[in-house]
Design a protein around this ligand. Structure first.
Ligand code: KIV
Ligand code: ZN
Length: 388
């Protein structure tokens, strides 16, 4: 019986930080780690300690500092990387060593210059070494979605026998499609001996804009951990955005067998804004959940609907993810109901005739300006009052 909880493995500080220009100092990483604990993520992947002395120092600090979430360090399937990763996380309350090796023919032949059998030997040696150090070991089959499925089964079985406690099936280059990825998880859980004793994990990239859809499909296929980043930060087109997966599971629980995460969703916006500010990576206004327009309505028909019953155009409340309220934006698509509602908030209660006149002036101004501010509205009303 699979758990009803999907673990959130946040890799903002490792895969996310690999995004060009998103480099963070150790102090900034500690701020983000604190916020991830507040958000209640299960695992914080803090970095790749063998990559640089700075990364090693940062992961060490995070491991010493964080309480409440597990702290993971990435390592290639090499004894030296794993030793360094362990040095970095050994003081964590719940340390995790995350070992990876590619399983696709493209990576084995062209990047690693290893035969499939040699790769299996490397997995066995590296995972069993990691497990001799640390009780929780994740193994990732890099480029899993472009790997031969039968060979991938052997890769997973080798890692499980060597002591891996989590098996991650990354879509490293954002290549898979939701129905394929779901089928791959089902296939692996049916064909890999011991898969039911470990946690299956999904890790997606957004090269075709399908990272969220693929991650959700993996959950339907049996994944009980998802690897995500805040704002979808990550190399190239980025990783799966944490906020999208969390809110999809909360908004459509019936589609996922009612599994949920442990995330405190009211901190999603603050976390997004912190990561955006520290990495200097702006969030697009129309980004789901945390974009400035995610709960903003300009069209008259929509504003009218929202004012009558918010369920007409909102599938979650803005407050549930950290916004104060729904925004009714006044622009050229807005209607009289939206104008009246905003004017009332500003203390102007117009009768039908006054509202008709204010609306005519408002539409004329909205044709010239993208957005009408409160001071524009006050000007419209007050200048109407002065007109004889
Ligand atoms: O995308 C990927 O394959 C990775 C692994 C290191 C897990 O980031
Ligand atoms: Zn990745």
């Amino acid at each position: 019986m699979k758990a009803a909880v999907v673990k959130i493995f946040d890799t903002t500080l490792r895969d996310g930080e690999q995004s060009p220009g998103a480099t963070l100092t150790t102090d900034e990483k500690l701020l983000v780690a604190d916020q991830l604990v507040r958000l209640n993520v299960d695992v914080i992947e803090a970095g790749f300690p063998a990559a640089s002395p700075g990364d090693l120092a940062a992961v060490k600090e995070i491991a010493l500092h964080v309480r409440g979430s597990a702290v993971a360090a990435l390592a290639r399937a090499m004894i030296s990387d794993i030793t360094t990763a362990w040095e970095a996380v050994r003081d964590a309350e719940q340390p995790v060593i995350h070992v990876f090796l590619a399983s696709s023919e493209i990576h084995l032949a062209h990047k690693l210059k290893l035969s499939p059998e040699e790769a299996l030997q490397k997995i066995k040696a590296s995972v069993s070494y990691a497990r001799s150090l640390c009780p929780t070991v994740e193994f990732s089959a890099e480029d899993a979605t472009r790997s031969n499925w039968e060979y991938l089964c052997r890769v997973c079985e080798t890692a499980i026998q060597a002591g891996a406690t989590t098996i991650n099936i990354p879509d490293t280059v954002g290549y898979t499609l939701p129905h394929e990825y779901e089928a791959l998880f089902r296939y692996l859980s049916e064909h890999v001996p011991g898969m039911d004793s470990v946690t299956m994990s999904a890790h997606c990239h957004d090269d075709l804009g399908m990272a969220t859809a693929n991650t959700l499909a993996a959950i339907r296929g049996g994944a009980r951990q998802v690897e995500v980043t805040i704002n979808g930060l990550g190399e190239r087109a980025g990783n799966t955005p944490l906020e999208e997966v969390v809110m999809a599971l909360r908004t459509r629980p019936e589609a996922f067998g009612h599994v949920d995460t442990n995330i405190q969703a009211q901190y999603l916006l603050a976390t997004s804004q912190m990561v955006s500010r520290l990495t200097s990576m702006p969030v697009q206004p129309n980004k789901a959940i945390i974009g400035a327009n995610a709960f903003a309505h300009e069209a008259g028909i929509h504003q009218d609907g929202i004012l009558k019953n918010r369920l007409t155009y909102e599938i979650m409340t803005p407050q549930s993810v950290g916004w104060n309220e729904t925004k009714l934006i006044l622009g050229k698509h807005s209607g009289r109901h939206g104008l009246d509602a905003r004017l009332r908030q500003l203390g102007h209660h117009l009768d039908a005739e006054q509202l008709k006149e204010a609306y005519t002036r408002f539409v004329a101004l909205a044709d010239q300006k993208k957005e009408i501010s409160d001071s524009d509205l006050i000007f419209i009303v007050e200048s109407s009052e002065e007109t004889p």
